[in-house]
Design a protein around this ligand. Sequence first.
Ligand code: SF4
Length: 250
Amino acid sequence: MAIWNPWHGCRKISPGCANCYVYRRDESIGKDAGIIAKTGDFTLPRKKNRQGAYKLSAEDGVVYACMTSDFFLEEADAWRPDCWDMIRERADLSFYIITKRIDRFAQCIPPDWGKGWDHVTICSTCENQDKTDRSLPILLSLPIKHRQVICEPMLEEIRMEEYLATGLIEHVTCGGESGPDARPCHLDWILAVRSACVRFQVPFTFKQTGAVFVKAGKTYHIERKYQMQQAEKSGLSYAPGPASVRFEEK
Ligand code: SF4
């Protein structure tokens, strides 16, 4: 896995942004995450080593783009075309773009985007039902080859059966919120999305519990280092098996 942050800083736009980890981390070092600026890594996919080979290679795995901002941020409109050029040039890599601004996608794609690029996955984040019902119809209507959904930080129970039923969503990830002001995440919410994923045979990952996790009416405060571990231990992540197994799961 590789991370490519062409710019840093963001603007909060939805309830899921309230305790944004970028703001939290920047505040801890006296920085203002509201200042959006290109980074020294802007051209990372194009950078070469002394031997003339690209620094990033397919062996690095998936390239996660814009993890300390949002790729479709308005303030980055002037910079994005260069990023598309680099993404186009590096069709040997797989790019993974997570956004809370899927509504801006159509006006931000390059002219030769066509029906989407095979090596680009677009992931829409949905923290509550309202965001899910606004974002997923857009995500599904767009020319994208690989679509994923992340419910993180999950803030309430989310129903997404109608969107999963299309067969166009390749993966769903759920998780709670971390940090000192974390809002609770309930096991029941995780189970509801998992069960919808199992029903429609969509791979599902329970990534982390978050700092405040509610299970059977009891609230648990979980240290950062155990949040992913506990989710993994729960065994709730799901990968569809062969046809016979899938049938039993339903
Ligand atoms: S969109 Fe993402 S990076 Fe930007 S403020 Fe919201 S949570 Fe933070």
